[in-house]
Write a protein that binds this ligand. Structure first.
Ligand SMILES: Cc1cc2nc3c(=O)[nH]c(=O)nc-3n(C[C@H](O)[C@H](O)[C@H](O)COP(=O)(O)OP(=O)(O)OC[C@H]3O[C@@H](n4cnc5c(N)ncnc54)[C@H](O)[C@@H]3O)c2cc1C
Length: 301
């Protein structure tokens, strides 16, 4: 993980000067606050600030339900009820601000999640560091033969070595040229905002990313999922580990209903009912397409 000495000192200083507060505090999240969790070869995520806890979700929900919450009187039950019924606004009462260091090609996927606030490192203003994501050998895989949007067998031997060498030498060559093109003493050179354009997509960038818990769960549902690309999934998993400590009840409900659950179509429910009644149902008479059937069988066997 590549934190500068200055960043490390800032983290140390922030963690060594706790102040009393009247605000809601999550003990689990306090343990993460400011600390950087390494991701990939040079990346990290770290919680810079947060607002709210499980109680904040419950507190907001009770405004809308008032005395009507008696039948789900415990906090865990109420949070599970909210998650189950997609009553999402109480989860928006919690927010988190993260500092993330990530490769540019991961940032391109991440930025598609529009319901967050972002402020990115400016490569118009500052010079980017010579830091590139180079996959670990076990991630150096060929195109999948069954999934157009995925990877298959891991490369080995001479082919793995050749690919790794190309990734490293291309990145370094581009960076050498970037440096050589920059305006600096002895040459007029190119402005930073232009010189950066030949840099590869595996160079690292950094941003602050602030999001509420409802939209963070949506992000995690999509990006901590097995279908997400490994390089963004590991970030989502690192964030999920912090969220689990921050709002344990909400995270448990999310894991159960969203990560662990499946959405059933009307056709799938009909097939399940027929099967429960003892009927043997095949794809051809299920009303489902081959793709749908494959996914259905993947869950129900
Ligand atoms: C496995 C995977 C593969 C993908 N492949 C591709 C791909 O090939 N090409 C590609 O371009 N993208 C791809 N994406 C990105 C995907 O299409 C979404 O852009 C991304 O996941 C963000 O989701 P979102 O829009 O729901 O999130 P957010 O932007 O956070 O939005 C959350 C929700 O807010 C609402 N919302 C936000 N903004 C608007 C708006 N302007 N109008 C209406 N409703 C809005 C929607 O209900 C949305 O679901 C892929 C994503 C995944 C997870």
């Amino acid at each position: 993980m590549s934190l500068t000495q200055e960043q490390l000192s800032e983290i140390e200083a922030a963690r060594s000067t706790p102040r009393p507060t009247l605000r809601a505090v999550s003990e689990g999240m306090e343990a993460h606050l400011y600390r950087a969790h390494p991701v990939l070869d040079h990346g990290f995520i770290r919680v810079v600030d947060y607002m709210g806890d499980d109680a904040a979700i419950v507190q907001a929900a009770r405004v809308s339900y008032g005395a009507g919450t008696k039948h789900v009187s415990n906090d865990e039950g109420l949070i599970r009820y909210l998650m189950r019924h997609w009553h999402s606004t109480p989860f928006e009462m919690c927010e988190v601000k993260l500092h993330v260091k990530l490769p540019v090609f991961v940032a391109r996927q991440w930025i598609r999640h529009r319901t967050a606030n972002v402020n990115e490192y400016s490569a118009r203003y500052s010079i980017l560091d010579r830091e590139f994501y180079i996959p670990a050998p076990e991630q150096l895989a060929a195109q999948s033969t069954v999934n157009n949007q995925g990877r298959g067998e891991v490369l080995t031997g001479a082919e793995a070595a050749r690919v790794l060498e190309m990734l490293k030498s291309d990145a370094n060559r581009s960076y050498d040229h970037y440096e050589a093109m920059l305006s600096q003493e002895g040459q007029q050179g190119l402005a930073r905002e232009l010189a950066r354009m030949n840099l590869p997509a595996n160079i690292y960038t950094q941003w602050y990313w602030k999001v509420d818990l409802h939209n963070l769960f949506h992000f995690l549902r999509l990006r901590a999922d097995a279908h997400a690309q490994y390089e963004i999934r590991v970030y989502a998993e690192a964030i999920a580990a912090c969220v689990k400590d921050w709002v344990p009840l909400a995270f448990a409900a999310f894991e159960d209903y969203r990560m662990g659950g499946v959405t059933l179509s009307g056709k799938a429910i009909a097939v399940l009912k027929r099967r429960l009644a003892g009927e043997v149902v095949a794809q051809e008479d299920s009303g489902m397409s081959k793709g749908e059937w494959r996914e259905f069988e993947g869950v129900w066997g």
